[in-house]
Design a protein around this ligand. Sequence first.
Ligand code: URA
Length: 188
Amino acid sequence: MLKDKSLPLRQGATNLVFGVGNPDTKILFIGEGPGYWEDQKGEPFVGNAGKLLNSLLQLIKLERSKVYITNVIHHRPPNNRDPEPSEIAAYALYLDKIIEIIKPRVVVTLGRFSMGKFLPGVKITAIHGREFSINWKGKETTIVPMFHPAAALRSTEVLRAIKEDFIKLPEILNRVKEEPKGEQMKFI
Ligand code: URA
């Protein structure tokens, strides 16, 4: 990936920001893309949004080192602008590889860009915190869409919502660990 010259945001970025955490985890968190601090340090969610993510993980007693965290795109877009569809498509090759390696039972999407990968055409305000059981490349996977932590830093309502949604995660995780793997694609 470091050598892949086709990646569109490569030129303006300081570091590749791939992913961090335990590849043996059952739960994968996917954000949008690196911001300033992530670009500087080469690690996802280490700036203000990352601090909030850490405190949300602490709230449910889930250690950051025991989950895996990545983004839809792995280089910082200029001035933190939204990623373009063509950029999302270019980095999808690598995100798909991460998903294939981790084989998560639960994917928490943080924000609308990662949500759109699994649940196209839905509105985050309508469906955040709900569970969607999908067949992702032959594997039953539970998607839990959540607001982006950066949005929660700007709005107390969104902060309340993201906390309530995080609090649901331990029960979801316990349940999916026990459930046998199925084939069906269903919305819960
Ligand atoms: N926001 C994201 O979506 N990802 C990061 O890694 C940091 C901030």
